[in-house]
Design a protein around this ligand. Structure first.
Ligand code: ZN
Length: 279
């Protein structure tokens, strides 16, 4: 039995093309206890996204692999479901107008919010492209993200964001607050250290972690493991968060580790990573 919770706040498990729950077992062997599992972008599983059913199918696959992953853990896994921001570019290339792409992606988020309201999912995921896009696509992407905040507020759940890099996301946090979602329920996935506005989910590189751990603020840790056999070296492996937890312990960051694996998860998602260690 693990004594202290170790949470990877953002990874993917792909039971169709990748290792699925086996990767969760590897995480557990290294000392990991809790996982937030993000659905892979819908285009990995279903060829055509021409309706919300493709999203629903993707979400169901993720909920199933999360159940299998939980079997492997001293703690448990939860799904975080959403629509990948890069989908907007694929849709526009396929002939959708930005407004049509926005509508479809917003409908996908509504399905994700249903999965939260009905029980299996913990949070939703949205954001905007991390690369340059035309102004009308950018505007539509921001509307998708603001819709996610509205849904998070109505459903009472957190929103993970995939966005461009950088540190200043104050405006984004204000958009969330304007829609009734507290900024501390907004998580900036793939952060390189502290950020302004949302809560940073820090990629488990030593420099990024040390930057976050040496400040007092809330933060989370993640690998963004992709579980993609075609891109094995593209991302950090599932053992990375537990390994970095050991390294941070050696560096004397016990308090920051409690922040990242107990206090921040409670604050952002309302989950108790200690009480769920016995499950
Ligand atoms: Zn990811």
């Amino acid at each position: 039995m693990s004594e202290t919770p170790i949470l990877d706040n953002h990874l993917h498990l792909d039971p169709v093309n990748g290792r699925g729950a086996e990767a969760a077992a590897e995480f557990a062997d290294a000392g990991g206890t809790h996982l937030l599992v993000l659905n892979k972008p819908s285009w990995y599983f279903v060829d055509d996204v021409d309706g919300v059913e493709a999203f629903r199918e993707t979400f169901e696959i993720t909920c199933e692999v999360v159940e299998d992953a939980t079997e492997e853990l001293d703690g448990r896994a939860w799904p975080v479901l959403g629509v990948h921001p890069a989908l907007i570019s694929r849709l526009v290339e396929d002939g959708y107008t930005p407004a049509e792409a926005r509508d479809l992606m917003q409908s996908g988020l509504e399905v994700a919010a249903e999965f939260v309201a009905d029980g299996p999912a913990l949070a939703i995921k949205s954001g905007r492209p991390h690369y340059e896009v035309d102004d009308d696509v950018w505007a539509a992407a921001n509307e998708v993200m603001r819709h996610a905040f509205e849904l998070g507020s109505e459903t009472g759940c957190a929103v993970q964001l995939h966005t461009e890099g950088g540190e200043d996301f104050e405006e984004v946090a204000e958009w969330a607050e304007d829609r009734g979602l507290p900024r501390e329920r907004v998580v900036k996935h793939y952060s390189g250290g502290p950020v302004e506005g949302p809560i940073p989910s820090v990629i488990a590189n030593k420099d990024a972690l040390e930057a976050a751990a040496s400040e007092d603020g809330p933060f989370l840790m993640e690998t963004d493991f992709l579980d993609d056999p075609e891109r094995p070296g593209a991302v950090l492996g599932p053992k990375t968060v537990p390994r970095r937890v050991r390294w941070l312990t050696e560096q004397g960051y016990e308090d920051a580790l409690r922040t990242a694996h107990v206090d921040t998860p409670a604050r952002v998602y309302g989950i108790d990573t200690e009480a769920t260690l016995d499950e």
